[in-house]
Design a protein around this ligand. Structure first.
Ligand code: 3HC
Ligand code: NAI
Length: 703
């Protein structure tokens, strides 16, 4: 930080010390800010001319929290808890005037002040849980003293942002400003405090919110029970422990507990995984094309096909406020497509999350059509028709004929060659892949698939669309399955091999859930419908390497019409439309039969071996995807698998996970597995090179 631009500036105006935090972009509490804040408080304390202190943030935030980049590095003094304690200990009244985000350590600074004012733009929160942490600068002790155990636990366990009015009702702040001029409003409040006698009101000494001990204990017990039901995350139970300490003991004792548990969270791999995810989710937005080209305008969109994906995409577009035209093959299919869209909104009405008038207003932006001329004015068209190259060609030919110049023409294909689709029309520069995930109005991932001839502004438009739809975009190159489905195909194959070699599909699903997936691969197959994969396998049969191992179990189930939930049975049984399946002895018999046909003597697998094979297959294919430039960096693979395929976000993604396990171990596993099946287990050249050079995947993210 240079001296001309100190990150914390102190001026004294009419006996009020104005402390301005100026550390763009979000005033994170890096070491220079902590130092500056501490010095400012010391100076204000020592200066007899100062009667009160006002802390404000410059730019778009009060303070967004600790500097996340510093976690995992050696700590540098002063520590944030000490800075907060110094603010609170000040013998002159300290006011925090908040606009924009006051999150994590930012809110902890504000809670250490003696009074809090917020403008309408304020977003107050303790989102540490989303980073695998807990509020570590006194937040777990001060928040309950201000708002009670229940509200404090709600904030800390959800990480949600609270607006100014709600914060006022909760008792988190003292006043909502009437204008947006945060500094002027803060000054006015300081003068008000001084006119009222200038009392120093320390949060640590507040007792009212915790006075009803029985009520607090009920809230803590309920939170503990709720946390126990949710698997996976480490820090929530520690947050509850801290609030218990706030209720039971002294403020100092509570701070001590908080520090010890914060250190444990800091040392956990979940903290590393979640912070990796935080930055990776922001890095994926910076695709090269977005730096050189401006997006085209998108207001009116067309969606071709009203099936599973078309209807979901239409809902996603409508939810973003866009004008949508849905085009189907005929009136009957169109009516079915519109009904699928309506069903989504009827579901929201049933849950009281939407009114009938709200639905009518949304549906007024949806038009149905069976004639392509209805798409003449569309800025963007996404096709989601059958996964068949001939059908896709026919659709794009029509679009080429009717769409206005500059319209973006997108395909939602899962596997087909988008270069071939683009090259068959007269405007390949306008053709892009927008690969949504099912259900398209819910799933966060949007793969933006970039064919060879597409122009940069079309790619930038894909990213802009993701922003409008609140999706997480990942740039992908063209290959069979792009990033996600290509990697999925590989680890699913590894799972099928393990099943044929002796593991049951139920053991494999159990392993995936224990790892942190919401569902195992065979449960997912039953949910999505086994027929989808079956069609893909048939399409690929002609080009499959005859030497590659092929497991017939899935085909055998499909031949019986056992497609999963929709047919009442797949790998599991779903009697009477049940949503949770039960294991099926007949499936196990079919598995045994297929093993016998393949001449395999079944062996047992430990859960650890199942996991190591499953993950090694995923990581190895991920490395190949990076090596071929299909994914820009390992972090793009991570974000894809987390947001489209259920990989636990707290492990960062498969490539981050590989770094944490150590690449030599992953490569060693692959070499071992290759002894039985060298064709399947060919190590990625990139993985081999990184191990030789003693590097990790993260080194490629930085490059
Ligand atoms: N530390 C370091 N960098 C941060 C940061 C932080 N706390 N918060 C945001 N940034 C960076 C982002 O990485 C991004 O950098 P880039 O431009 O190089 O990609 C830049 O600031 C802008 O961030 P966004 O793109 O996310 O901007 P938005 O306007 O969309 O969102 C925000 C702003 C709501 C503040 C959002 O960035 C956010 O939620 N930040 C994290 C807040 C948080 O988790 N705070 C708690 C930290 S942990 C803590 O405080 C521990 C304490 O208890 C001891
Ligand atoms: P679907 O079978 O549910 O729907 C396809 C729809 O397209 C049908 O309603 C059909 O009437 C319509 N259609 C077919 N030809 C048409 C034409 N020439 N003009 C207008 N409409 C036509 O299929 P689904 O699952 O929605 O898949 C659509 C596309 O999305 C495929 O390319 C698929 O690979 C892809 N996809 C599917 C995912 C899934 O999970 N189902 C996930 C991601 C992509």
């Amino acid at each position: 930080m240079d001296n001309d631009h100190p990150p914390v500036q102190l001026t004294v105006q009419n006996h009020i010390a104005l402390v301005v935090i100026d550390n763009p972009p979000v005033n994170a509490l890096g070491v220079a800010v902590r130092r500056g804040l501490q010095q400012a408080i010391e100076q204000a304390q020592a200066d007899a001319n100062v009667h009160a202190v006002l802390i404000v943030g410059k730019g778009k935030a009060f303070i967004a929290g600790a500097d996340i980049r510093e976690f995992g590095l050696p700590p540098q003094a002063p520590a944030l808890p000490d800075v907060c304690n110094a603010i609170e200990a000040c013998t002159k009244p300290v006011v925090a005037a908040i606009h924009g985000p006051a999150l994590g350590g930012g809110l902890e600074v504000a809670m250490s002040a003696h009074y809090r004012v917020a403008t309408a733009s304020a977003k107050l929160g303790l989102p540490e849980v989303q980073l695998g942490l807990l509020p570590g600068a006194g937040g777990t002790q001060r928040a309950p003293r201000l708002v009670g155990a229940q509200a404090a636990l709600d904030m800390m366990l959800s990480g949600r942002h609270v607006g100014a009015q709600e914060a006022l009702r909760m008792g988190l702040i003292d006043h909502v400003a009437t204008s947006d001029d945060v500094q002027a409003e803060g000054m006015a409040y300081v003068r008000h405090v001084l006119s009222e006698g200038g009392a120093v009101r320390r949060t640590r000494d507040q007792t009212e919110a915790l006075a009803d001990q029985v009520k607090q204990q009920v809230a803590i017990d309920a939170a503990r029970a709720d946390v126990a039901k949710k698997r996976g995350l480490f820090s929530p139970a520690k947050i509850v422990d801290c609030v218990q300490a706030a209720l039971d003991g002294s403020f100092e004792g509570g701070l001590h507990t908080e520090r010890a548990l914060f250190e444990q969270c800091l040392a956990s791999p979940q903290r590393a995984g979640l912070i990796h995810s935080f930055f990776a989710e922001r890095e994926v937005l910076k695709a090269p094309e977005t730096k050189v080209a401006k997006p085209r305008s998108i207001k009116e969109v067309g969606v071709i096909g009203g099936g599973t994906m078309g209807a979901g995409i239409a809902v996603a577009m409508l939810d973003a406020g866009l004008q949508v035209t849905m085009l189907e093959r005929d009136e009957t299919a169109l009516a079915q497509g519109i009904t699928r869209v309506e069903k989504v909104y009827d579901g929201l009405i049933a849950k009281k999350r939407l009114t009938a008038e709200g639905k009518a207003a949304i549906m007024a932006r949806l038009t149905g059509a069976t004639d392509y001329s209805a798409l003449a004015q569309a800025d963007l068209v996404v096709e989601a028709v059958f996964e068949d190259m001939a059908v896709k060609h026919a659709v794009f030919k029509q679009l080429d004929a009717v769409c206005k110049p500059g319209a973006v023409l997108a395909t939602n294909t899962s596997y087909l060659d988008i270069n071939e689709i683009a090259n068959a029309i007269f405007r390949p520069q306008d053709v892009i892949g927008l690969h949504f995930f099912s259900p398209a109005n819910i799933m966060k991932l949007l793969e933006i698939v970039v064919p060879a001839k597409v122009s940069a502004d079309v790619v930038a438009t894909g990213f802009e669309l993701a922003r409008l739809l609140k999706k997480v975009p990942v740039r992908a190159g063209v290959c069979d399955g792009f990033i996600g489905n290509r990697i999925l195909a590989t680890y699913r194959t590894a799972a099928d091999h393990m099943m044929e070699d002796g593991a049951s599909p139920y053991e494999i699903d159990q392993m995936a859930r224990a790892f942190g997936y919401p569902m195992g691969p065979y449960e997912v197959s039953d949910l999505a419908g086994g027929d989808i994969g079956w069609a893909t396998r048939k399409r690929r049969a002609a080009t499959r390497d005859p030497k590659a191992r092929y497991v017939h179990i899935a085909d055998n189930l499909c031949e019986r019409g056992w497609f999963g939930q929709k047919t009442g049975r797949g790998y599991y049984l779903y009697p009477n439309g049940a949503r949770n399946g039960t294991p099926d002895p007949e499936v196990l018999a079919i598995v045994a039969e297929e093993r016998a046909k393949a001449g395999i003597t079944p062996r047992s697998f430990t859960a650890e071996e199942l996991q190591r094979r499953y993950l090694a297959a995923m990581i190895n294919e991920g490395a190949k995807v990076v090596e071929e430039g299909i994914a820009l960096r390992p972090l793009d693979v991570d974000v894809t698998l987390v947001h489209g395929y259920g990989f636990p976000r707290w492990l960062g993604g498969p490539m981050k996970y590989a770094d944490m396990v150590g690449l030599p171990q992953v490569l060693g596993d692959i070499h071992t597995f290759a002894l039985d099946d060298p064709l399947f287990w060919q190590p990625a050249a990139l993985l081999v090179r990184l191990v030789e050079e003693g590097r990790d995947f993260e080194s490629l993210n930085k490059a």
